[in-house]
Design a binder for this molecule. Structure first.
Ligand code: OOG
Ligand code: MG
Length: 255
């Protein structure tokens, strides 16, 4: 199958909220090809008028790698269509089998240069941070995939909600983070679970973006990846993420 065809199948699966078989079971494709498919599917979104709003990193913690049985860091695109408002009532029918995970978001204050950034340089390029909830929705049946599959599927990107932006702090590698559903703590951990320091996710992004010649622009949002496993969403839930010092953010799901 051509890359264009795979991108089209995954894009349609997302639009119709109907899962598809794992592409890697129909045909072997390389990780490099998987990123090419991801780009083609993002271009389809851009052609429909969506705008890139940032990037997400995935599998930056052991908890996530173990939950999904995939063991390499991945990255994908965020678009304005994925941005949800905290006061929005969310209807699950638009997705296949959505899950939520608590995250930290960073706000890009200056276009990244065309070289890899190190931790010390990051405050020149980031100004804010916030608690976020990412909603992921694999387009594959049973939420099962190989590394190549999930990359081609834009890393299950589906939705994100961002809390109030706070000034960037650099000592954030030991903060308590949790996901609550209907006031009950369902997932919890420390931000150190994210590559020892969530800011390291931004370093990785700068490396990957430089290697792929992709621009990380002022105004973009970067999701550092979940510190904990993700939880399936059900009707009638209030979903909340909290990070020590950063506060919380929540949204409500319709009946
Ligand atoms: C892939 C996306 C992983 C994270 O934060 O680790 C991710 C998935 O689990 O479906 O977003
Ligand atoms: Mg995530």
């Amino acid at each position: 199958m051509r890359n264009e065809k795979i991108a089209q199948i995954l894009d349609n699966a997302a639009a119709k909220a109907i899962p598809v078989a794992q592409m890697s079971q129909l045909e072997n494709f390389s990780l490099e090809n998987a990123y090419k498919i991801q780009r083609i599917s993002i271009n389809r979104r851009l052609e429909r008028g969506e705008k890139i709003t940032g990037f997400k990193l995935g599998f930056t913690s052991k908890a996530k790698m173990e939950q999904m049985n995939v063991h390499d860091l991945i990255w994908g695109f965020l678009t304005d269509e994925m941005e949800l408002q905290p006061d929005e009532k969310i209807d699950l029918k638009r997705w296949i089998h959505p899950r939520a995970e608590p995250e930290i978001a960073f706000h890009v204050s200056k276009d990244f240069p065309d070289h890899e950034l190190d931790l010390e340089e990051l405050p020149q390029y980031l100004d804010k941070m916030a608690v976020a909830i990412e909603i992921i929705d694999s387009r594959y049946e049973n939420f099962k995939f190989s590394l190549e599959d999930v990359v081609a599927d834009n890393c299950s990107s589906t939705g994100y909600v961002i809390g109030d932006w706070k000034d960037l702090e650099t000592k954030i590698s030991d903060l308590y983070i949790r996901l609550k559903i209907n006031d009950e703590t369902i997932q919890q951990g420390k931000t150190s679970a994210i590559l020892d320091n969530p800011l390291q996710s931004v370093v990785e992004l700068s490396r990957l973006a430089t290697e792929s010649n992709i621009a990380v622009k002022e105004g973009y949002v970067i999701l550092a990846g979940a510190a904990t496993a993700a939880e399936y969403l059900k009707p009638n839930q209030t979903v909340e993420a909290e990070v020590e010092k950063l506060g919380g953010i929540s949204f409500r799901i319709n009946e």
